[in-house]
Design a binder for this molecule. Structure first.
Ligand code: ZN
Length: 320
């Protein structure tokens, strides 16, 4: 009874279906100090492909000196078993990265631009304007290759170096992307400083101002507000979210940042609320166990530690 009434309350304003983009193999593994062999990365992506996830960010074509862990991008991308119905995307830092990704073959590319000038300089040694010009250069090769390009607007909720990032700054960058013909934009918070009210405010502004753009949200759970912020974003109509298996990850430029919101915790929350994800939670938990084995340390996943609600109920119904 309790769940039925909860579903009724939330379904009035929440999407019936949500798409999850798994970024663990890229965002998650990029900060792992211990090198994970390409064969293990391939095994993780293949396992994730069998869970029902619609999109997986496989790797990044960044220079191996910048992120040695992902220096095997070509090997990993060409080694995975591509499954029908799954979109395989990669992160690219620049034109050279895009050329390399297109050479191997990829379904989608994502390139970041920071809403903070300081962070953008530290990340790619370019101003925001130079980054936007670089994106225009990449469009010249991604469009003929019919490979969609998504732009990640990073530090959209605040920056560890600049402090507050205004809503106007984010809207202005998205406006310039819209003028360039970009139709996919991910709003990202690698520093994990967004809160639900800020997310609701910023996402509703963007959805209203740019109906031609398909937005997604990429939150790190550094301060434990990622799930509540996703709920806030769903309340204003957003239905695509990034997450990371087991909560793998951090951010190379953000001190003590933790990983993305945990994929299995997010799927568990959504499914329990009656929101469809088409993802098999049990298979996902197996992927999380595999990820934990690969990095050789316990991950932050709550579901991995505590089990699902269903498991708890079953254990109580079988024991006196
Ligand atoms: Zn991230």
């Amino acid at each position: 009874m309790e769940i039925t009434s909860r579903e009724k309350i939330f379904k009035m304003s929440l999407p019936s279906h949500v798409q999850i983009v798994e970024v663990g193999p890229r965002d998650g593994l990029q900060t792992e100090p211990k090198f994970i062999p390409a064969s293990d990365k391939i095994a993780l992506v293949n396992a994730l492909s069998g869970t029902g996830l619609a999109k997986i960010e496989v790797t990044s074509f960044v220079h191996p000196r910048t992120i040695p862990q992902l220096g095997d991008a070509r090997e990993v991308l060409s080694g995975i078993e591509k499954k029908n119905g799954v979109t395989y995307s990669v992160l690219i830092p620049n034109l050279r990265g895009a050329e390399m990704a297109l050479e191997v073959g990829v379904d989608e590319m994502r390139i970041p631009v920071c809403a903070s000038e300081t962070f953008n300089q530290k990340n790619v040694r370019m101003s925001i304007t130079e980054s936007l010009q670089a994106i225009e250069g990449i469009q010249k090769i991604s469009e003929p290759a019919m490979t969609p390009l998504e732009v990640g607007v990073a530090l959209a909720f605040g920056c560890p170096f600049e402090g507050e990032i205004s809503s106007e700054q984010v809207t202005s960058i998205v406006g310039r992307l819209s003028e360039m013909g970009v139709t996919r934009v991910s709003i990202t918070d690698p520093a994990g400083i967004a809160n639900p009210v800020q997310v609701k405010d910023r996402i509703s502004t963007l959805l209203a101002a740019f109906p031609e753009i398909k937005f997604s949200l990429h939150l790190h759970d550094t301060r434990g507000m990622a799930l509540s912020s996703i709920l806030a974003a769903m309340e204003v109509g957003l239905a695509t979210f990034d997450s990371s298996i087991g909560g793998l990850g951090g951010c190379p430029f953000v001190p003590d940042a933790t990983g993305n919101v945990v994929t299995e915790d997010l799927i568990n929350m959504l499914e329990e609320m009656g929101i469809q994800t088409n993802v098999d939670l049990e298979k996902l938990i197996e992927c999380s166990q595999l990820a934990q084995k690969l990095v050789d340390r316990p991950l932050v996943s709550r579901i991995l530690r505590a089990g699902t609600r269903q498991q708890l109920i079953q254990s109580h119904s079988t024991s006196p």
